[in-house]
Design a protein around this ligand. Sequence first.
Ligand code: FAD
Ligand code: NAP
Length: 582
Amino acid sequence: MVQESAARVTARPAETGTVDAVVVGAGFAGMYMLHRLRGLGLTARVYEAGGGVGGTWYWNRYPGARCDVESLQYSFSFSEDLDQEWSWSEKYSPQPEILAYANHVADRFDLRSQIAFDTRVTAASFDETAGAWLIETDRGDKVTAKFCIMAVGCLSAPNRPAFPGTDQFRGPIYHTGEWPHEGVDFTGLRVGVIGTGSSAIQSIPIIARQATQLTVFQRTATWSVPAWNAALSEEYLKEAKAHYPELRAKARARPTGFYFPFNIQPALQASAEEREEQYEAAWQRGGLPFLGAYGDLLFEKAANDTIAEFARKKIRSIVKDPGTAELLCPRNVFGCKRLCVDTNYFETYNLPHVKLVDVSTTPIERFTAEGIVVDGTEHGFDAIVSATGFAAMTGSFDRIAITGRGGRTLAEKWRAGPRAYLGIASEGFPNLFMITGPGSPSVLASMIQAIEQHVDWLADCLGHMRDVGAATIEPTHEDEEAWVSHVNDVSTVSLRSTCSSWYVGANIPGRPRVFMPYIGGFPVYVQKCNAVMNSGYDGFVLKGARNSNAPPQVRFTGRWQVPLDIEVISPAAVAAKRVPVV
Ligand code: FAD
Ligand code: NAP
């Protein structure tokens, strides 16, 4: 019995008519896009499948959900007033607070009236004669727009593996990415959790506090670093806010789009004692910056082996049962999959009612009315949590019938892997844009910064189209191919390309193996975007322009043009394989 949130859908008449832009999704990307479109004086309609704003933070309400980029940086940076007036309560604030922030932004910038909630876009087709998109929804809306902007999220299409017999299980099955709004009380229940990714490692310690019995099904052991989460004092916030613009500027110059101190020196040039000291200090700081202990950790396997062994020793020192500790020790490249950040994850396995079941060689066979069968043994449960992640990067595109020029569908074009110029637009689909699409830094950066940079670039592009009177913009086939190859080439430099993660689509059976995000680093990517813009949109074809010589105006992208005298990571550093990418 798959558990879903109770529907609270209000009736409204189906919409028709024309707007300048339709935006699909009202997470941080859709919200900021709407704000910028309004700033340009364009008319816009946003369609959002959920009942409110916030995207990820609207859907992922599982216990323990919180950000893994510090809240002071995992937030919009476009408004200094917003930075000053909002106060985060914790270093890594919990989901309800991030959702409250999203709602605050919606109210403060008066966004709600242009968003239609509980409405899923089902199709978008380009009408070549009209030079416009027809967007259709599951509520009968049929709206025409010159621009169609996909702000559908990189991690928004839940992955529900097709385990045989799921419909037979007598209890509820919850997916972390579609958690009931009313919350779930596991008190007194026997609970099974499938998965050990970020969602699982955040929820397991909390579920364990309530459940009488908790069984975790682990296919791949997880690298996780303590968050050392803490409340932020008023003094700390005051000091941080006094220097907020500097922090934001430093963050923009980082390969990850967020700031933390890191050491560019190679691990292999340090002695074993120095490394131990450095890793210990980094572990004590905790979180994703642990990977910044040395510059070569994601490039040189021998360097990576040293941090991996350090982290395995930590697991062995925390988990008392040696057999369980060994099962929890990952054997793959450290940080190859998205690194997890936890509070008491490994400690939870010391509780007598918590059990780990290895499904790496004997997969989950089936669900029964009573529970889950592995290797012929039935594990009985009252409730099951599927922390099995997402059809990442392209999953939400797959769920919309997108048809471009000549009747070609995006699904067809992307069958062998996504193809998009700069991760923003795809040849054959004029005036269709994607925020943090495949081929952009997206999930390898602090995502709100990646979103803002894309939206600002796109807003400047749309402003330019209006200035020159262009009807459509579309990448050339050659430039798109060159960018896709570059994204692929850069990925091979990093050890990140070597394991079966959702970055390469390997978590979904049958997907082509393609490294989807751009791993060359955020500032390098921003420089490329700026160069494209400054050249008058090199790599794109603008059709119908009356005044094609008008130079592009910098309306919004100025703040991404990073001065080189702050700690920027240069293309040379990327080429020299010395960039810690989180
Ligand atoms: P989303 O927030 O995913 O929003 C997309 C919206 O589009 C959704 O609301 C969805 O309902 C809607 N949508 C999709 N398809 C349709 C359709 N066809 N019709 C209508 N609406 C549609 N990133 C970080 O940088 N730091 C973090 O700490 C971090 N923590 C995370 C924690 C969790 C649990 C998860 C799942 C992701 C996390 N991420 C984090 C990534 C996170 O997804 C981004 O940071 C960010 O919230 C993405 O915003 P978005 O607007 O691009 O996409
Ligand atoms: P995930 O990282 O993809 O983890 C899914 C887990 O389910 C993995 O352990 C996976 O095992 C397991 N799994 C999938 N299919 C399975 C099957 N058929 N049988 C057994 N196990 C199976 O998903 P997620 O934890 O939801 O996280 C996704 C991303 O969202 C993160 O990487 C991160 O970017 C973001 N996120 C961030 C936070 C945060 O800390 N702020 C929290 C949650 C999510 P395998 O590893 O073997 O595939």
